[in-house]
Write a protein that binds this ligand. Structure first.
Ligand code: FAD
Length: 209
C-alpha cells in the first residue's frame, strides 16, 4: 500500500500530560482501522466511478448451465450487426427462391447419370413441366413455360442435360438483363454433391436408350 494512502497527519495526536495514554492508544487504533477500511473499499472499486462494481466480488447469481445449447453468435450481436438474411424470418424473395431452385436443378444435372434409364429421362421432363406449372412465382412459371416450349428438354446423357439446363438458365438470365454464363464451364461451377463414396449419385442404366 502506498504511504500516501494513509492519512498519517490525522493520526498525529498531540499528547497532553492530562490525557490518559491508554485512551490515546485506543483512539489511534480506531483511526488506523477506519483509514484502512476506507482505503481498502476504494481500492476495490474503480477510482473515478463510485457506481462501478468492485473489482473482486463474490457473485450470488446462478451459474450458467454449461450443458445448455449455446446461443447462435447472432444472438450475441446487436440487431444492427446481425446480417439481414439471418434475422429475416419473413417470406423468401423471388431472388432467393430463384437461386435455391437453380442450385437444386444444376446439382441434379451434375448427378444425372451418364446413361439414364427411360424412366429417369421421363422424370426430368416431367419435373421441368411441373416446375413450369407449380413454380411459386406465377410470372416466372409462365415465362418458363415459354422457355420450355422453345427449348424442349434434352436429357439423353448427363452432359446433354447439364448443357441444356445451362442454356435455358441463360435464356432466363438474358430476359432479366443478367450476363450469359459460359456453358463450357458448367461442370467446373456445378460439381456432384459432396457425398461420401459417391453414395448420392443417381444410378443409371447399363443400356444406352
Ligand atoms: P441466379 O440466376 O439465381 O444463378 C445462381 C448461380 O448460378 C449464379 O451465381 C451463377 O454462379 C450460376 N449460373 C448463372 N447462370 C448460369 C447458367 N446459365 N448455367 C449454370 N450456372 C449458372 N426471376 C424473375 O425475376 N423473373 C422470372 O421470370 C424468373 N424466372 C425464373 C424461372 C426459373 C425456372 C427459375 C429457377 C428462376 C427464375 N427467376 C426469375 C429467378 C432468377 O432466375 C434468379 O434466380 C434470380 O434473379 C437471382 O439471380 P442471381 O443473379 O442471384 O443468380
Amino acid at each position: 500500500m502506498q504511504a500516501d494512502l494513509l492519512d498519517w497527519e490525522s493520526l498525529w495526536l498531540p499528547m497532553s500530560t492530562s490525557e490518559n495514554p491508554l485512551q490515546l492508544l485506543f483512539q489511534t487504533f480506531e483511526k488506523v482501522s477506519n483509514s484502512i477500511q476506507t482505503h481498502l473499499s476504494q481500492f476495490l472499486r474503480f477510482p473515478n466511478n463510485p457506481h462501478a462494481k468492485p473489482l473482486f466480488a463474490i457473485s450470488t447469481a446462478p451459474k450458467p448451465n454449461r450443458l445448455a445449447p449455446r446461443p447462435a453468435v447472432s444472438a450475441l450481436l446487436h440487431p444492427a450487426e446481425v446480417p439481414k438474411k439471418e434475422i429475416s424470418a419473413g417470406p423468401v424473395t423471388k431472388e432467393e427462391l430463384g437461386r435455391a431452385t437453380w442450385v437444386f436443378l444444376h446439382t441434379l444435372a451434375a448427378q444425372y447419370p451418364e446413361k439414364p434409364t427411360r424412366q429417369q429421362k421421363k422424370d426430368v421432363k416431367e419435373l421441368m413441366a411441373i416446375l413450369s406449372r407449380m413454380y411459386p412465382c406465377k410470372d416466372c412459371a409462365d415465362h418458363f413455360k415459354e422457355v420450355l416450349r422453345a427449348n424442349p428438354v434434352q436429357a439423353r446423357s448427363q452432359a446433354e442435360f447439364s448443357q441444356w439446363l445451362c442454356h435455358v438458365h441463360n435464356v432466363v438470365n438474358r430476359s432479366l438483363g443478367k450476363p450469359n454464363f459460359p456453358c463450357a464451364r458448367v461442370d467446373a461451377r456445378w460439381g456432384k454433391l459432396d457425398c461420401e463414396q459417391r453414395n448420392c449419385d443417381l444410378q443409371g442404366s447399363d443400356k444406352l436408350w
